[in-house]
Design a protein around this ligand. Structure first.
Ligand code: NAD
Ligand code: UDP
Length: 312
């Protein structure tokens, strides 16, 4: 039986990954400091014989014997990662060094959940892995963007210098059940606002784009990356269907049958104008591509929020 560590395992993606790894009969250690994650995401696993939850902050070293590490710990929503920007840098730098040290000692394979944010406000569309990006190193998003860039650097240096077996994935906007109600990311904001009959808050003119991947597709991609031999990445994982934010708002209104209106707010600084993954590499090297359409995925996510908010 493989023993697998999931850092950030109580978060949105991490909790789905724990579910999936347990289904595949792994022994799962979920590590989290509950900064943006919640015990509610994994409460259903508490009695599972092969699930173990550990409260720990990865900026401190952690000792355990494992075969694989999925390193996801890091707040992903701009409001969460900006609330304590220095901590975000520490999580990405010190946390990643600690996890790489663990991987080196135990000879575990380690996968880093990097981000499309390494491309910054991209000037190449769609973004291939070979694009080096356009990141503001001193802006309000840099704790996260540059944090992920250093985390990738550390992964590659431990690989080159210490032969650590690494996998880097660059995740593009992913959504689904278990996003926190107060998460602040666009999909959860719009759905919660629509269900409450509040205005949907469009930042800027809503013409900026994102490409939204449903969570089950992303988890499949993470597992394919971890289990594919002779590959380090970075590899983009995301849904290549590019959607303007205004269209997302209209789709959420349609699917929730909400009578909410749109209200326009200032665009946050350094908010990327266009984002869309080139997934040629993921298709050819992993045989992976997303299957769930935005409309299907939103319907499932809306159901989840209705239940969580006590509406059904
Ligand atoms: P999330 O905020 O729901 O989950 C992150 C988890 O990490 C939380 O449970 C949080 O409590 C935990 N955590 C944060 N700092 C920690 C620390 N110092 N020590 C221990 N635990 C800590 O976010 P998510 O959407 O599930 O994202 C998971 C990973 O995927 C993150 O690394 C994120 O950067 C990356 N990612 C996600 C997306 C996305 O669209 N969801 C996009 C790009 C990258
Ligand atoms: N956004 C918005 N209204 C919201 C939340 C976000 O218009 O209530 C916009 C935001 O400005 C960005 C896009 O939606 O252009 C995606 O934002 P999110 O925070 O989900 O992710 P990221 O910017 O990190 O891709």
């Amino acid at each position: 039986m493989k023993r697998i560590l999931v850092t950030g395992g109580a978060g949105f993606l991490g909790s789905h990954l724990c579910d999936r790894l347990l289904e595949e009969k792994a022994d799962v250690i979920c590590l989290d400091n509950f900064f943006s994650g919640s015990k509610d995401n994994i409460r259903h696993l508490f009695n599972h014989p092969y699930f173990e939850l550990i409260r720990h902050d990865i900026i401190h070293p952690f000792f355990v014997e494992v075969d694989e590490i999925y390193h996801l710990a890091c707040p992903a929503s701009p409001i969460h990662y900006q609330v304590n920007a220095i901590k975000t840098v520490k999580t990405n730098v010190m946390g990643t060094i600690n996890m790489l040290g663990l991987a080196k000692r135990t000879k575990a394979r380690i996968l880093l959940a990097s981000s499309s944010e390494v491309y910054g406000d991209a000037q190449v569309h769609p973004q291939p892995e070979s694009y080096w990006g356009n990141v503001n190193p001193i802006g309000v998003r840099s704790c996260y963007d540059e944090g992920k860039r250093v985390a990738e650097t550390l992964m590659m240096d431990y690989h080159r210098q210490n032969k650590v077996d690494i996998r880097i994935v660059r995740i593009f906007n992913t959504y689904g059940p278990r996003m926190a109600i107060n998460d602040g990311r666009v999909v959860s904001n719009f759905i919660v606002q629509a269900l409450r009959g509040e205005d949907l808050t469009i930042y800027g003119n809503g013409q900026q784009t994102r490409s939204f991947c449903y969570v089950s597709d992303m988890i499949e991609g993470l597992i394919k990356m971890m289990t594919t031999e002779k590959i380090t990445g970075p590899i983009n994982l995301g849904n290549p269907v590019e959607t303007p934010i205004i269209e997302l708002a209209e789709l959420v209104l349609k699917l929730t049958k909400s009578r909410s209106r749109l209200s326009y707010k200032p665009l946050p600084p350094d908010d990327p104008g266009r984002r869309c993954p080139d997934i040629t590499l993921a298709k050819s090297l992993l045989g992976w591509e997303p299957k769930v359409s935005l409309e299907e995925g939103l319907a499932l996510t809306i159901d989840y929020f209705k239940k969580t908010m006590g509406l059904i």
